[in-house]
Design a protein around this ligand. Structure first.
Ligand SMILES: C[S@@+](CC[C@H](N)C(=O)[O-])C[C@H]1O[C@@H](n2cnc3c(N)ncnc32)[C@H](O)[C@@H]1O
Length: 203
């Protein structure tokens, strides 16, 4: 039985929590599966826009938000609140796995509960080192890590190609260069971004 707060089954769970936030029907074994709606039978029913989240500081080693972050934080202030909670709950070195629909794919537009565009470049603004570097070079980008007191490093960022375009490459109809060109010009070429953030905390 998973405890809904510690995520473990007893003592010694600090810093070992694995959270699958906005799990929907895709429950992950070994994770505390959390959703706003009880119909999908999560381990914990919780509205992630209700802050603070119910987990202690530095308690999680992995958090997954699979097609969830684009649903959260309609206002800038509430989005910052969610990023701050992600940072607070994660232990140093924890990973945050984020999958979102690409902002130029119909899947993004067709769901009225999508409230904001999420891109690797935007999440890169929560990297404190990048903020300081850009400030030193006179950059105008918003230093979101400095605003929110967070520090996330982009460990990996993949652009997932829509299956119809990937199939065209696989059949030899177009080259990867032509695919890149199409990506610049058309909607529905890229389907998703898959990102992993690494949490940096003072030791
Ligand atoms: C597109 S579904 C993705 C479900 C699952 N992660 C998957 O990959 O199949 C988005 C999920 O986020 C949940 N969700 C949306 N807003 C939420 C909130 N404020 N708090 C908790 N869960 C939320 C929804 O209930 C839904 O299950």
């Amino acid at each position: 039985m998973i405890d809904p707060v510690s995520g473990g089954s007893g003592e010694g769970t600090a810093g070992k929590l694995r959270l699958n936030l906005g799990c929907g029907l895709r429950r992950e074994p070994g994770f505390l599966n959390v959703d706003k709606f009880g119909e999908c039978e999560p381990d914990l029913v919780w509205d992630l826009e209700r802050l603070p989240w119910p987990w202690p500081d530095n308690s999680a080693v992995e958090i997954r938000l699979i097609h969830v972050l684009e649903h959260l934080g309609r206002t800038t202030e509430s989005f910052f609140g969610i990023m701050k909670e992600l940072y607070r709950v994660c232990a140093g070195g924890a990973t945050v796995v984020i999958h979102v629909p690409h902002f130029r794919h119909d899947d993004f537009f067709n769901d009225p509960t999508h409230v904001r565009v999420i891109t690797p470049t935007m999440l890169g603004l929560f990297d404190r080192d990048q903020n300081l570097d850009l400030q030193a070079r006179g950059g105008a980008n918003s230093p979101l890590a400095l605003y929110t007191g967070t520090h996330f490093k982009m460990a990996s960022a993949l652009t997932i190609v829509d299956k119809r375009w990937k199939d065209r490459v696989d059949r030899g109809e177009i080259s990867w260069d032509q695919l890149r060109d199409a990506y610049e010009k058309f909607n529905n070429v890229a389907a998703e971004f898959h990102m992993v953030l690494s949490v940096v905390k003072p030791s």
